[in-house]
Structures are given as C-alpha cells and as structure tokens.
Write a protein that binds this ligand. Sequence first.
Ligand code: ANZ
Ligand code: ZN
Length: 863
Amino acid sequence: MSLNNYDFKAIEQAQQAKWQADNRYHTDNNDNGKPTRYMLSMFPYPSGKLHMGHVRNYAITDVLSRYYRQKGYDVMQPMGWDAFGLPAENAAIDNEVAPHAWTMSNIEHMRGQLKSLGLSIDWSREFATCNPDYYKWEQWLFLQLYKKGLVYKKLSTVNWDPVDNTVLANEQVIDGRGWRSGAVVEKRDIPMYYFKITDYADELLDDLKLLENKWPKQVLTMQHNWIGKSHGMELDFTYELNGQADKLTVFTTRPDTIMGVSYLAVSAEHPLAQYASRQNEKIAEFCRLCKQGSVAESELAKAEKVGMDTGLFAKHPVTGEDVAIWVANYVLMSYGSGAVMGVPAHDERDFEFAKKYNLEIKPVIEFKGKEYSTDAWQDWYSDKNGVCVNSGVLDGMDKDTASAKILEVVGDKANATIQYRLRDWGVSRQRYWGCPIPMINCQYCGTVPVPESDLPVVLPTDVVPDGRGNPLKSIPEFVNCTCPKCGQPAERETDTFDTFVESSWYAQRFTTPHDDTQMVGRQGADKWLSVNQYVGGIEHAILHLLYARFFHKVMRDEGLVGGSEPFECLLAQGMVLAGTFYREKADGSKSYYFPYEVEVRGNEAVLIADGEPVTIGKIEKMSKSKNNGVDPQTIMGEYGADTVRLYTMFTAPADQTLEWSDSALKGPYNFVKKVWRLADEHLTAIGNVEKSALDVANHSLSKSAKALRRKTHETIARIDTALGEHLALNTPVSSLMELANDIGAFDVADGGDLAVRHEAIITLLTILSLYAPHVGEHLLEVFGFDSRTLTFPTLDKSALVSDSIVMAVQVNGKVRGEIDVPTGTDNDTIKQMALSHEGVAKFITGEPKKVIVVPNKLVSVVV
Ligand code: ANZ
Ligand code: ZN
C-alpha cells in the first residue's frame, strides 16, 4: 500500500467532517471518572474576520487541549462570541445595517473560519453574549447585587466625547481627545450605575498570592498596582468661614512630612473651591477650565501643574499656624478626600507647583546625609526611608515612628487610613448595542429595579443607529413602561452595560451554557471550574482580568460557583508582528502599503505599481491601519491549516512576539511533506507484516536500532515536560523535526529495525497530531489507529540508557579513530581498546608517552 500526494485540502476537510459527524469534542457535565481540564481562549469579538492574533491564540489552547486529551483528561474547550460593542454600531452607521444582523452574519463567517483551523472545540456550548438567553442572567445578577448594595447609582464626572455623544473610559482618552473621534474631551456629570468592586479590593489583592507562578509575574504586578493599596493618614486642617468652624481633611501617605507643609490644595470640584468660585469670578473661570480635559490620572500627571490662591486659610494641626488654601488642577476629586497638603520639598508635583508660584520649600526629611537643594527635583527627595529633620518632636524618627507620634500629638485631628487606587466600576454606557440595564425611572418612586419575573429586558434588534446619541431613547415601545411599584407610567433606563460585563462571567456560563433556569448550574461549575488554562492577549492584563476575578467572587458569594479565582493558570500570548511599508504624504501623515504591493531588494523597497521607492517602516503589531495584516484564510488556502498552526507555534515561544514571514512558512510545510514521505515509505515497507512483528519487544535490537529508539523516547520525555510543565509550545516542534531527521537517516536491515522505526513513526505522528491534527490523524488512521482514542506515547525509561558509548581516539591531538565502549568498562580496558584500534595503531611506534581517558568522550594518546 502507498499514499497519494499530500493533499491538505482533502485531508483537512475529511478530518473535520469526521469530528463533526461523531461529535468528537463534545463534553458533558457528568463525572466520567477522568481528571478534568477546562481550557479556554479569550473569546473573540465577531468583527467579521479572523486575524493572525486569533489564530495564534486558539492554536495555543488547542495544542494544549489535545495534549491533555491524549494524557487521559476529560478536556473541555468551548468557544463563543463577545458580541456587543461599538464596532457593530459603527458598521451600522457606515453600511446602514442593523448591528444585530451584522454581528450574526460575522459570527456565521467566523465560525466557519475557526472550524477550518481544526480546533478541538465543544461547539455544543457555543453562545453569543448578545442573545437574551445569555444577557438575561447578567441582568439577573445585577439585580441581586443591587439588592445587596453592591450596585449603586451616582452622579459622576465622566469624560464626554461631544462628537460620539458618549462617555469614554480613561484609556479611551488620548492626549485629551476621544480615541475615535479625535474631539477634545469634556467633563460632564451624569447618573451612572456602579459595581462596588472596591468592597472586594482587599480580596482581589490578597488572592493574587494564589496565582503566583501560575500567572505571568508582569500581569500580577499590573493587577497589584491597579488596585494600589496605600496606607496613609487623614489630617484635619481647621478653619472658620463666616463664623462657622469647619475642617479641611487631606489624605497623605507621608504624614512624616507634616512639618514641611507650605500650602493646601483642593480640586476644582471640592466644596471649598466652589465656595471660592462664588466669591471670585476668576477662580470660577479657573475651575471651569480645570473641568476640560481628561479625568485620567496619567493625563493629569503629564499636564502642567496650575492653580489659584483662594485667599482662604486653615490651621496646621501641629503648629496652629495659618496655611494658605489653593485650588490646583493636579488634585483629583475622586481620590482620598480631594484635597492635599502641599509638601514641595518631598513631593514632585508639589515641588513643581511651589516653584511656579514661589511657595516655600521646607526640607524636613534627611536621606543618608545627602545635601538638599531647591534648584531642581531629585528622586531621593521622595524616598520613604529617610528620617525627620527640622520637625521638632519628630526629629530623628523614621516614617512609621513619626506617624505614630503624630497620632499621639494631634489627637482626633488625625486618622490612620487605607486608600485604594482602584475605583468602583462604572458600567453605564450611553450606547444602543449592549445589554439593557434592568432599571426603571419613575417620576414618583425614583429608580425601581425591573422585577425578576420580567427578565430579560430585551434589546430591540431591528435598530439601525445613525450615530447621533442613543437610538433606544426614540423607541417608545422600549422606553415606555409601567412602574412596578406604583403602577404609573414610567421610563425604562436606556443605558446599556459596559461590554466588559459580558466578558466577566462567560467562562462560568460555558459550564452550563444553555440552562434557562439559572445563571450557572452547580454540577457543571463544580466539574469544570476554575479554568485550568486561560490563554489570551496581554492587552487584557488589567481590566478584563480584574473584572472577571471580581465577578467570580461575587458569583461565589451568591452560591453559584466554588473557589475564589476564575482562572488557575494564565498564558499571555505575544503579539503577531509584521513589517510595514509607507510613503509620507505632504501633510506629514503616512500611507501604508501591503507587502504584496511592494518589492523588497536588500535594504530598499519599491512600489510595484510605479517602481518608485517606499520607506521600510518598523516591524509592528499587525493592524488594519498599517496594512501589515496577513489574512489567515489566504495563507491557509496556500499551505493548509496544519502548516499555519505549526508555523505559529514553532516560530516563537508562545508568550513572545512573533514576527511574521511568508517565506518562513516553507519550513513547517516542508516538514509536513517530509513526514508524509517517511510515512509513505514505511507503509510500503511493512506491507503485510504481522502486527506482532512490529512490536519492539519481540526483537533483539541492533546498535543503530537502539539509538533510534533512544531518540524516540528522549523525544517523548522532552515534549511531555515541555507541554505539561513549561507551557513551551515551540520546542516540541523542533524535537519532532529532529526525530523525523533521525527516522529519515535510519536504514532498516532487519525485523527489529522495522519495529523500531514503526514505533518512532507512530510516536512522531501521535505528537504531531497535537499541532497538525488533520495530517497527523489521517496518517495514524492509515496505519490502523483510531483517531478517537489516541494516547500520548508512553515513555520507556530503559530505552533512554545507552549500553555503549562512542569515544574518539586522538593521537597527538588529531582524531585517528573511534571506539565503541560498553558502559561500565574500566579505564585500563578502554586504553587497551584505543591502542589496538587499527586506525590508531599505525600512528604509534613503541611505547606511547601518555594515554589519558576523558570519561565518556575521548582517549588522548601522546607519542
Ligand atoms: C503629602 C505628601 C508628602 C505626599 C510627600 C506625598 C509625598 P499614593 O501614594 O499614590 O496613594 N494626594 C492625596 N490625595 C490626592 C488627590 N485627591 N489628588 C492628587 N493627589 C493626592 O498618593 C498619595 C499622595 O498623593 C498623598 O500623600 C498626597 O500627597 C497626594 F512627601 O501628601 B502626599
Ligand atoms: Zn413609581
């Protein structure tokens, strides 16, 4: 029997059809007596087309899923669609098509693309988050949290994009402008719903310990910093206003610098600033200016520090001296108490501010005897490990001692506190294409939750937004309702949830995806959670993961799931990069060209169309805006899914960037063809040999057979550790390539040789089928295996020990021959063997001066 040519199209279709026909990757929620593995890729946004980042992400999860399946685990790998979000609305505006229809047709298309990649997905668990069956439970959970006080409504200052008519997240504001529209961002106060994630701040921080060595260090650090717990103190500065005693409370993390205070500063939204505004039009104007621009801290840190003296004073809690109160743009209303004590000598922002307005700079901390100068800011000025100076009773004290002393000295004017950088999560979006917030606004009763029995609040799907505000507002059938409390006509909330809400609990829902009686069923949850391996982009290292961790804890507290963390292990895959080509236009902007439009000659490139040069740009993340994306569909059409999968796994470690190169695809492609040839030759060679004759145990093995067998089992051991322990997905491919080379170089002379080659080839194909499942399984089936029951090759440790070693023999430093030494041979015997070797002997006359044995390596003869 022999094989036809390698026809990847036919093979890939045939294997996929088999998987589909026998529901190959279906899982249930019963205990099947096997250990379980829940393998999850971050689910895609159905933008319309798969990109290389997706391919890499899903291929990683798939290789690991297939590996654990072969290792005897009950493996679940689900897939769904993160289907709400802005792009659908933008597409609606561009093409006048309803977001729902657009999204659904994208899902159809992308599902097909995913299937053509050969992923071992349990499609029976698929869902799209824009389906009411899904978001009903999001609304339900929201109502539970509302009852518990974990959801509240608050008027809040937000970044407002006046062109897109929407609230922007801080990270959507770039240099004070909306990320999409480019419009100058304004601040606005609107009512919004918040999840009280800060109630879980401590737990979110402490539980990071559970993830050590299982999540990338870098991600843990980012989570840590985002939560940003700091110990500090609230200090009261008292004042009198129109005969009324009052106090200005500031939050500080450096109470030890209290004697260095030279001014106080409040944010433009602070009541004292508002008071001053009423007295003084100039201050009012300044406060209005402060309200423009982003509310993001990072933006504020970059902005020039400006302020105005209010003319008001408050008393220093220790000295009782008057301290001037300023309004300053760098003080945030939403952090601490919205007021700071200005210590210019030791805080960089205060230093900049004091320099600008000629305020006093009083050094009160000494650090390692270094000399303080007010000329320019030095980093050590803010070191927390100094001691107090010029501070009276605090002199000589470190930070902690000084803090304790202050609490003692100022009595009830000081209060030790803990602050978090983490803010509550505002989830209201003034957008159509999202999950409706299940609330009703009644003019008599105020905010009234939708009764659970009325869920889901269904989003109308036949709406085509026109880009002006939220279209839900103009749909009376949606807006008009009856107040569940008083029965009077009322209005439904038209804001929808931030789409981060849907992606915060999809992992849990996959365990019971179609249950219409509850959000998550305990049987499925207990069988599968937590996710054993989560794989996705580093861009989600902060928000998505934090929100998902928060949701898991909230769901745990609702009794829906066990455990404290949703994702046991995390792999943050690297980005896929590609070269860019561009020409600069007259206005300084760039127009980018696709690689296929360009011809590269050495260090230069020209546009094929006009033969004129183009600039070779940086190697960057594949993106539409840079025209450097490679379409997976095209590449799969040329080389097949198996090659594309192998290529993406083999070219770089999974957590590092991958530089795309079309020509480098040939490597894995040729490898697959080589495996095909080896399999073909071997198939012909075994002809009608009895099965028992292919069992290595039934033969005594030649030396070279033992060597190939050793290689086979070394490969098994190496790959098992790489995948099972190190999440190293690239090195196994090179190990397989080496094994294939050894198989190719191996000559079969007897029955033992044939059996050993058989074992090597089956090993090669079995492991290859993790990466290249179609061709791997196809060939195994040709050899009579059932692709449904493949098991990872068993390591035979005895095959790893070699029973002899080849040693080189040198005469005066030149290699003159090789001897084959049985393991355990003593040095004298080795010397004898070396000297009597035919090739060596002719270079020796008489007694050699010296014979040295370097164990396991060589024998050196000096004559
Ligand atoms: C006096 C001081 C002296 C401060 C010093 C720092 C260094 P972290 O550590 O990030 O939590 N701060 C307090 N509330 C603020 C607000 N609403 N907007 C802007 N800044 C505010 O930051 C705490 C420090 O940030 C506080 O400690 C306060 O400045 C400032 F040598 O107080 B510090
Ligand atoms: Zn009412």
